[in-house]
Design a protein around this ligand. Structure first.
Ligand code: XMP
Length: 507
């Protein structure tokens, strides 16, 4: 398989470069900027990309790639900081400039190769402090903006290119075309990265493993797809366990059991641990304590299952690529392979090796595999759900009554968004409940009932979020249904705080 290697100099967009390249079916991998040439050669790349980064090439601690990389004679594209590295290395001059952040008009001066077919001018996304003042001998300017005279440079003979802007972000028009020109035309990489191909090669690898595999499934897409792949490869030697902690969405445990047993036909056990989880949570109000209790209880139940149903050789997890690498100048991916066990804290004496069949994949690639494996669409279109479940959506103590209100109200929110065809457009949607009460009139009587908070947010990655401007008619319908259908609820509020300063979950 042809591969493009992206050296990570710490830009928040480094990951996106790989994603964009994989979107046109070429495999791309992010590696630390200080990777050795020997390591790099093992990847056998068709081309190299230097990512952007927050540093200046002139600062004393500027991250630099190993010198010998420039002697590898491979096509090279530098983006932003990577562009400045190239200018500096080949004898040009980088100067401090006014910070430029946002969209600029890039005029194309030469569309022979890298900028081929993108038109006469495009909007390009800039995010930089330094810029190229003099270009190196042997290079030519192929694009400029009003403030950056050498916004794109090329040495077509050496196959080396530098661009000041970020082609990987959606705000750069034709950004994908520019990446394609580099990857497909300059590097000559073949478009042979497909999810069907991935499934075939992964099944071949998985079918060689020996011993039994234990897989904790949550009903989420990652653990489900990991389990299905392993099941396809080793059948009954995979045992899936699902822990029902009583903190799930309404009837979710039944749906998950039905799906695994009847649709997927895998070896599946649902452990009903509702009593022990809710028992441990009794009287606990502090959100972090609740999180800790849920995590610890999960490990206890899971360990008991493993002891009774073992021996197991492997613990399978649905870890994804972004989980195992963390962009950062000082610590490249290899250095920060975290103790990223989704099932953290399992006792060492269980002595399980970790199996992570999805660890090279992004979420959208996992979704594609889910489609190929015929996972019901309902599952992979579902909104993210926090590990500690409703324990963090119930403010204060988790009581059976608040749990019931939270489940029923959330169900109404989801149903109404689906009915309005808005469910897929929003990032998360749910109802939360606390101990606040307000007076209402039920029948002819005054009633002091619970207040339910409806939260619907838009987000791209959960790092920031904006409250969704739902139509008033829809809010009214949600409110009416919640107060009519759920006993003891008298008021419904809609949360209009964005993140930051709020968070997505109330706790
Ligand atoms: P916040 O509330 O921090 O949430 O804005 C960001 C994203 O993370 C999810 N979330 C959690 N997920 N364990 C999880 O597995 C947790 O303790 C947890 N807390 C928040 C939240 O649903 C949102 O998608």
């Amino acid at each position: 398989m042809d591969k493009i290697v992206v050296l990570d100099f710490g830009s928040q967009y480094s990951h996106l470069i790989c994603r964009r390249i994989r979107e046109f079916s070429v495999y791309a991998e992010l590696v630390p900027f200080d990777i050795s040439v020997e390591e790099l050669q093992k990847h056998n790349p068709k081309g190299i990309i230097f990512s952007g980064g927050p540093s200046s090439v002139y600062s004393s601690d500027a991250p630099l790639p190993e010198e010998k990389i420039f002697d590898m004679d491979l096509p090279l594209l530098g983006i932003c900081y990577g562009h400045q590295l190239i200018v500096n290395k080949y004898g040009g001059k980088v100067k401090r400039a006014n910070k430029e952040y946002g969209s600029s008009l890039l005029t194309i001066d030469n569309d022979a190769d890298l900028l081929n077919g993108v038109g006469e001018s495009v909007r390009a996304w800039m995010s930089h402090g330094d810029e190229a003042e003099e270009i190196p001998p042997g290079f030519k300017v192929i694009g400029h903006t009003e403030s950056a005279k050498a916004a794109a440079i090329a040495s077509s003979e050496k196959y080396i290119y530098g661009i000041q802007f970020h082609p990987e972000v959606v705000h750069t028009e034709q950004g994908n075309e520019i990446l394609k020109n580099f990857v497909l035309k300059v590097c000559g990489a073949k478009q042979d990265w497909t999810m069907k191909g991935f499934i075939d090669s992964e099944l071949e690898k998985l079918s060689k493993i020996e011993g039994n595999v234990l897989c904790g499934v949550s009903g989420g897409i990652d653990s489900t797809v990991a389990a299905l792949l392993i099941h396809k490869a080793i059948g009954e030697r995979l045992k899936c366990v699902f822990v029902n902690n009583g903190l799930l969405r309404l009837d979710e445990e039944k749906e998950i059991e039905e799906m695994f047993k009847n649709n997927f036909k895998v070896n599946f056990t649902s452990v009903n641990a509702v009593k022990s989880f809710l028992g441990k949570l009794k009287g606990v109000e502090d959100p972090e304590k609740k999180r800790k209790i849920v995590g610890e209880e999960f490990v206890t139940v899971f360990t008991e299952f493993a002891e009774k149903n073992g021996p197991f050789k492997w613990l399978a997890q649905g870890t994804l690529y972004p989980d195992i690498i963390e962009s950062g100048v000082s610590k490249g991916p290899a250095a920060v392979i975290k103790s990223h066990h989704n099932v953290g804290g399992l006792p060492d004496w269980l002595n399980l090796d970790i199996l992570e069949p999805l660890k090279e994949l992004y979420k959208d690639e996992v979704r594609e595999i889910a489609k190929i494996l015929e996972v019901p669409e309902k599952l992979f279109m579902r909104h993210p759900f926090p590990g500690p479940g409703l324990a963090v959506r119930i403010i204060g103590e988790v009581t059976p009554k608040k749990l019931q209100i939270c489940k029923l109200a959330s169900k109404i929110v989801e149903e109404e968004l689906m009915e309005a065809n808005l469910y897929r457009n929003v990032w998360q949607s749910y109802a939360a409940v606390g101990d606040d009460k307000a007076v209402g009139v039920v029948g002819d009587e005054r009633k002091y009932g619970n207040i339910v908070m409806v939260r619907v947010v838009d987000s791209i990655d959960a790092m920031t979020a904006d409250w969704t401007r739902l139509p008033h008619g829809l809010l009214e319908k949600i409110s009416n249904r919640i107060t009519n259908e759920i006993e003891d609820v008298t008021w419904v509020t809609y949360t209009i705080s964005s993140k930051p300063p709020a968070t997505i979950e109330p706790q």
